[in-house]
Design a protein around this ligand. Structure first.
Ligand code: 5GP
Ligand code: ZN
Length: 110
């Protein structure tokens, strides 16, 4: 676990953050700088630097992220109005935090 990784520090509660969801493998919390009324970050506890670093053994972690996205969208009341799911990949793709995470963005027209 890289100690200089902000999301590892959030996962380890070194940086206090309110979790909307947590299990053995994931945490979910609100983006500090939301791009929409609902903007969640879905974060695997395992440190994976970027989507480019995925190993075959990580496929279950990534598919699990989408199941959590489905549940969180419903919990946040945006499942029917609609939402976006987004991975930013590397600097040119807008990635700022180099620990894989899925953005869930929505809530415009609830
Ligand atoms: P990226 O651009 O790497 O895909 O997304 C990183 C996201 O993390 C950004 O949308 C940014 O607003 C969010 N973020 C950065 N620092 C913090 C923080 O300390 N707490 C929370 N909750 N979100 C953060
Ligand atoms: Zn990390």
């Amino acid at each position: 676990m890289p100690s200089d990784c902000l999301f590892c520090r959030i996962v380890n509660r070194d940086v206090p953050t309110r979790f909307l969801y947590e299990d053995d493998d994931y945490v979910v919390f609100r983006d500090i700088n939301p791009a929409a009324p609902v903007h969640l970050l879905l974060v695997p506890k395992k440190h994976i630097r970027s989507m480019n670093d995925l190993e075959k053994e990580d496929s279950a972690i990534i598919s699990g992220l989408f199941m959590i996205a489905r549940d969180m969208a419903k919990e946040q009341g945006v499942n029917e109005s609609g939402y976006k799911l987004l991975f930013n990949v590397e600097k040119g793709g807008g990635q700022v935090i180099f620990h894989v995470h899925l953005h869930l963005i929505g809530g415009w027209n609830r």
